[in-house]
Design a protein. Structure first.
Length: 56
């Protein structure tokens, strides 16, 4: 997460392993749990595998 100020309060930019980004108020973002971090790493690995043309 990258904190930024936009004049409407603190805003963070979130990015996913797939490359998608989104901006959100920092008050509505919580740290991911260990389970959620493992899920994102698994999604990232699958995404990379499919982009190499090796996945289903």
């Amino acid at each position: 997460m990258v904190p930024q100020e936009l004049g409407v309060g603190p805003v963070v930019t979130l990015w996913r392993p797939t490359g998608l980004t989104r901006r959100s108020r920092s008050a509505s973002v919580r740290p991911g749990t260990a389970y959620e971090r493992r899920q994102l790493r698994a999604i990232e690995a699958l995404h990379l595998l499919r982009h190499k043309g090796l996945g289903g």
